[in-house]
Design a protein around this ligand. Structure first.
Ligand code: AP5
Length: 217
């Protein structure tokens, strides 16, 4: 199963994509996580990406396309993958279409998680993340068992540097201008399924599983 998760920042792409990937037993590929790791390791790509991420702008297509292209060529993607946060521009979508053709792969479905700016802003400003294993929490809606400690690995949780009100506005603007048009791109291909991301996490998950495996629940 080869899936894409689209949606504005904070709509719940990461939360749902990770869980769906684990359920399907395929890799969860988050370009945001890959970029943050590259920034932390100060790789040449990470150094180039740092300022874009910090100001809420998309990193240039030529940089992210290389990173993503190399990732889906890896053997573990042959049985499927869940893309979280890629593609985000028409250039990225075209690159992905070409890459999948080269690899003789077919995309199964695109899940578009919709939520208003007010909802996503509240979620992002309350988010806490684990810099070690990538687990994500919210101070009100999905708090860890021990305050500021990751349930999965026991590391201290942090607030992402781009999770401020000002940067969220910039991220949302980028989404509206560059990523939202991809909903139509995939609708025309007959692959788009829209999900209400303002429901609680379990309901959103059930609705997604009903779309990807309609007979399982
Ligand atoms: P990225 O890390 O992908 O960030 P984003 O798209 O802005 O998305 P978020 O991670 O903020 O939100 P999400 O939708 O995954 O929501 P989550 O599940 O975490 O990208 C960061 C940056 O990297 C970009 O700004 C850009 O600079 C760069 N980048 C990445 N990919 C790129 C690309 N392809 N091209 C160019 N640049 C790229 O949930 C958010 C919070 O809400 C959590 O606390 C969660 O617990 C909570 N929550 C989730 N669902 C619910 C719910 N249903 N109810 C209540 N709370 C919920």
């Amino acid at each position: 199963m080869k899936l894409i998760f689209l949606g504005p920042p904070g709509s719940g792409k990461g939360t749902q994509a990770k869980r769906v990937a684990a359920y399907l037993g395929v890799p969860h590929i988050s370009t945001g996580d890959m970029l943050r790791e590259a920034v932390a390791r100060e790789t040449p790509g990470g150094v180039k990406a740092r300022d874009f991420i910090g100001s809420g702008l998309l990193v240039p297509d030529e940089l992210i396309n290389i990173i993503l292209g190399e990732r889906i060529e890896r053997k573990d993607c042959q049985k499927g993958f869940v893309l979280d946060g890629f593609p985000r521009s028409s250039g990225q979508a075209d690159m992905l279409t070409k890459k999948l053709q080269e690899l003789s792969m077919t995309l199964d479905k695109v899940i578009d998680i919709i939520a208003s700016f007010q909802v996503i802003s509240e979620r992002i400003c309350g988010r806490r993340s684990c810099p070690n294993c990538g687990a994500s929490y919210h101070i009100l809606y999905s708090s860890p068992e021990k305050k500021d400690i990751c349930n999965e690995c026991g590391n201290s949780l942090v607030r992402r540097s781009d999770d401020t009100e000002e940067v969220v506005q910039a991220r949302y603007k980028e989404y509206m201008e560059k990523t939202m048009p991809l909903s139509d791109y995939y609708k025309h291909k007959g692959l788009l399924y829209t999900v209400n991301g303002e429901l609680d996490i379990e309901e959103v998950y059930k609705n997604i599983v009903n779309i990807i495996l309609p007979k399982m629940l």
